[in-house]
Design a protein around this ligand. Structure first.
Ligand code: ZN
Length: 286
């Protein structure tokens, strides 16, 4: 089970890993905390009045297409997108939105999803949200809380039979090592790199997220599914963006994995791992 803040996050974080596990016969479920109601239209081709008028519905359809491409089942947790506040001072978050409702509400909703789906592995964002959006931070908080609470019969007794997921992973935000590898790979092949300026602004003293990675999942054969799923979120992704600047062939060669950090485990596995299910009895989880 992968828990995400908004529709499209599942396609930009760990999508190829999910497509691989689906192909290998696992049941994979994405839970999306909010409907992405506060998202703007980021693709000029989709910037049309009828899209704006029905953005919530359009994003639901996009999410359904992405889930189909990845082969995952999908649930909405049903909370309202908090938006990314901007300005100085920052405006308050919208009343009733995901990041401001009492944390027990979304935690209980996620506990109910965990108790119903009974995942062995749960994946969410790190404590920084992977990217500092209030919904991403809140997604991290409720995932950690629900991972704990799901097995406890005293917590949320109306949310189903207790279930203990065996492993909890974080995915992280952008890795400097990965972007540097892409940048150098593009230049070495005589291609333009869109990453030079970005890398130049990166604080060299800041620890890279790669230092926290425990688990690298080989998923190069599934990068196409990831890109197709991302493009299914047509309002959110410009097909000409730098997301798609790196030829897949080069990605497969220089960085064929997606990265995770194991933060809780009830099974034995040896770090570093190359499989989110390492240490879990195959018969028990297939
Ligand atoms: Zn998001």
């Amino acid at each position: 089970m992968a828990v995400h803040a908004h529709p499209d996050d599942e396609s930009s974080k760990g999508a190829a890993t999910m497509a691989r596990y689906v192909a290998e016969g696992h049941d994979v479920r994405v839970v999306t905390c909010t409907g992405g109601e506060a998202g703007s239209v980021l693709n000029s081709a989709m910037d049309r009045p009828e899209v704006h008028a029905n953005l919530t519905e359009v994003r639901r359809e996009e999410m359904a297409r992405a889930a189909k491409i990845l082969g995952v089942s999908h649930r909405w947790l049903g909370f309202i997108d908090s938006g990314l506040p901007e300005g100085e001072p920052m405006p308050p978050l919208p009343e009733g939105s995901f990041a401001v409702v009492p944390i027990e509400e979304p935690t209980e909703a996620l506990v109910a999803e965990i108790r119903e789906f009974r995942p062995h592995v749960v994946v969410t964002y790190d404590e920084n949200g992977g990217y500092p959006h209030p919904d991403h931070i809140r997604c991290h908080e409720i995932s950690v809380a629900a991972f704990e609470a799901a097995a406890d019969p005293e917590r949320f007794p109306d949310a189903g039979e207790p279930w203990q997921p065996l492993k909890l992973y974080y995915s992280h935000g952008f890795s400097r090592a990965k972007i540097t590898t892409f940048h150098e790979g593009l230049l070495a092949r005589g291609l333009d790199s869109p990453y030079g300026e970005w890398l130049g602004r990166w604080d060299p003293d800041k620890a890279d997220v790669m230092e926290r990675v425990t688990t690298r999942v080989e998923c190069a054969d599934y990068f196409e599914y990831r890109d197709d799923a991302l493009k299914a979120h047509a309002t959110q992704i410009d097909p000409n963006s730098r997301w798609f600047a790196v030829p897949l062939e080069m990605q497969r060669e220089v960085w064929p994995t997606e990265e995770y950090e194991l933060v809780q485990s009830f099974v034995d596995s040896t770090l570093p791992e190359d499989d989110l299910f390492a240490g879990i009895d195959r018969k028990a989880h297939s």
